[in-house]
Ligand binder design. Sequence first.
Ligand code: DC
Length: 225
Amino acid sequence: MTNTPKTIALDGPAASGKSTVGSRVADALNYLFFDTGVMYRAVTWTALQHGLDLLDEAAVAKLTEETPIDVRPASQDDGRACDVLVENEDITWQTRRPEVDANVSTVAAYAGVRAALSQQQRRIGLRGSVVMVGRDIGTVVLPEAELKIYLDASAEERARRRYDEIIARGELADYAEILEKVIQRDHIDSTRDVAPLRPAEDAIILDSDHLDANQVFEKIMALCK
Ligand code: DC
């Protein structure tokens, strides 16, 4: 597949299915799958652990610059897409905790945090053979990516998918509450001053409201050819 794009940027709002489809595409192409959201989550978890005031932008940015975050291929078959390590401690599942969900958009809006993390992401992306997933990959991190996809879906559909996932794990979920959080995060992510969530001008927009995960995968693979 000599014409296969070497760098694939996959952006879109929370719960649009980017990570699921991105990791499948990466597997199929034998590329690195890199979900950049885990880095913002790792910083948020570490700041909470250090008892930082998350509204103190300077303190959170300083912590980001001083904290080495390592994202590696999954070492365990427990549903994780990758390992997330901070100072050699595996914090993969801590980054999915509700307190991280509730605070990560605030942390991701800070310019100093974004500058530090985008730089690390760009370095990895420039090596090529990568599917990089996030909010600003096509616009800021890798504007030269050979294929840019913006995976969209309505807030209602994304909330329904999150709800189904939680129920499938045997846990309790409240659809209205999930929908409210999805809308809230969309608002913060798309109205922030630095690198707001939006499709790059040359991105291909895929609306997945009426597509299942297999169909989205097939469409992206077709775009890679
Ligand atoms: O995709 P996710 O839910 O793991 O992302 C967590 C947060 O990080 C979310 O608020 C958006 C933000 N994020 C970002 O601003 N830029 C990225 N490239 C990836 C994630």
